[in-house]
Design a protein around this ligand. Structure first.
Ligand code: MLT
Length: 235
């Protein structure tokens, strides 16, 4: 039986063998929620990059570019990291370079994986169906916050473990911990995360509406996957 593991932070990624695994990158608030929304709403490709300067290079080449640090849009870029900004018909068919505080770093650090797919509550059932069909070992990589563990990404990881436990071996304590956290929180996740650090950060920035949006279940039926340097819909 294939296995499912959870990595709570990119800092722990070196502890995991990923060359034969599907890595599901999650950054609920808000990078992967944003990416799923953008691609579901017609953006053709996203180019995740780690550094702001690299994102600026893509912009100089004529691409739209989005840059966020600490929840705020960086001056001089076209877009921020709110999922609402990507529901714009003007973006249909476009390719957008994107750098965020944690989410794009987690994607780039997963480069040696067999496959990298993008998970959020917004597309969780599509991810579950894809993983069952592929039937490969899975590592859920939580983007966390600047190397630290966070609540919302771990809850998502637990939701995936819960949904896949009949088909995959819940291999290690990290998967079990995430699953226990999710089962504790699942009846009212927004209430459970109300005090978490990134919620407070986003509230201080006056972007509470993004929080509720990112916790919607199955708003979109898409599976974004990295294809070289480009993130696009594979299913
Ligand atoms: C992240 O990369 O951690 C988040 O996307 C930051 C944010 O958008 O608030």
């Amino acid at each position: 039986m294939q296995k499912i593991d959870v990595c709570f932070s990119p800092e722990l990624l070196p502890k995991y063998e990923i060359t034969d695994k599907i890595v599901v990158v999650v950054d609920i608030l808000r990078a992967t929620s944003c990416m799923v929304t953008a691609l579901a709403c017609g953006v053709a490709q996203i180019i995740p990059v780690m550094e702001v300067e690299e994102c600026k290079e893509w912009q100089r080449k004529g691409f739209l570019a989005s840059a966020e640090r600490d929840g705020k849009k960086i001056e001089g870029f076209d877009l921020d990291n709110s999922p609402f900004s990507y529901q714009n018909p003007d973006l249909i068919g476009k390719t957008i370079a994107l750098t965020t505080t944690n989410g794009t770093l987690a994607i780039k650090k997963s480069k040696d994986a067999a496959q990298i797919i993008i998970g959020a509550f917004l597309n969780i059932s599509a991810i579950v169906a894809y993983l069952k069909k592929e039937n490969k070992d899975i590592l859920v990589l939580c983007a966390g916050w600047k190397g630290k563990v966070n609540l919302e990404d771990t809850m998502f990881a637990g939701a995936l473990v819960e949904a896949l436990q009949a088909d995959f071996d819940v291999a290690t304590d990290d998967s079990l911990m995430a699953q226990i956290l999710y089962n504790h929180a699942k009846t009212d996740m927004l209430a459970v995360i109300a005090k978490c650090s990134h919620i407070k950060r986003l509230q201080n920035l006056g972007i509470e509406k993004d929080i509720e949006f990112c916790f919607q279940i199955d708003k979109y039926n898409v599976v974004p996957m990295m294809n070289g340097d480009f993130l696009e819909i594979v299913a």
